[in-house]
Design a protein around this ligand. Structure first.
Ligand SMILES: [Zn+2]
Ligand SMILES: [Zn+2]
Length: 167
């Protein structure tokens, strides 16, 4: 998604609205490179030689549930805020320089989406996960295992490593 800064010659603000295809790397082990489309809405405001891009990017990212390991669609909404400058002597490192007449928003949108991906991925807050004993997906099937059952030989170790876990 590109913004032509010539559009800001006569007015101080332009709206941006469109779809930015992005590629996410490393967020889903099944898809090392994951393509998705981000819907972007926002504004570009001109302040002297600087341009401020503000907006919201929304997309749906395929993630793996941490508990049941099933793939699910996770809606993501990310805030975009980035300043740019046409001044070649700009000293502020947080301000990206514009070369040419265009601001390319792809990297900024991709980064915002990556940062907005939650640390803990659950397909549903009530996901029952996988039985640690027999491995069935407990959301789909039930089993007869007692998941809390711990081999008595391991019980001693558990207390060494997690002395508080016996509450
Ligand atoms: Zn799950
Ligand atoms: Zn089981």
């Amino acid at each position: 998604m590109k913004v032509n800064i010539h559009e800001l010659k006569k007015k101080s603000e332009v709206e941006i609205k469109g779809v930015q295809p992005i590629t996410l790397k490393g967020v889903n082990p099944l898809h090392p490179s994951l393509d998705c489309d981000a819907q972007v809405e926002g504004t570009v405001t001109k302040v002297g030689s600087r341009y401020v891009v503000k907006g919201i990017a929304t997309t749906v990212v395929k993630l793996l549930c941490d508990r049941c390991l099933e793939e699910f669609d996770c809606p993501i909404q990310a805030e975009i805020y980035q300043r740019y400058s046409t001044n070649p002597n700009e000293e502020d490192e947080d301000i990206f320089s514009i070369s040419g007449f265009e601001i390319d928003l792809e990297d900024v949108i991709t980064e915002a989406i990556v940062l907005a991906v939650p640390m803990k991925w659950l397909h549903d807050a009530s996901c029952k996960g996988i039985c640690k004993v027999c491995g069935v997906n407990l959301n789909k099937q039930s089993c007869q295992c007692d998941a809390d059952e711990i081999d008595p030989r391991l019980e001693g170790l558990k207390n060494i490593f997690h002395p508080q876990s016996e509450e």
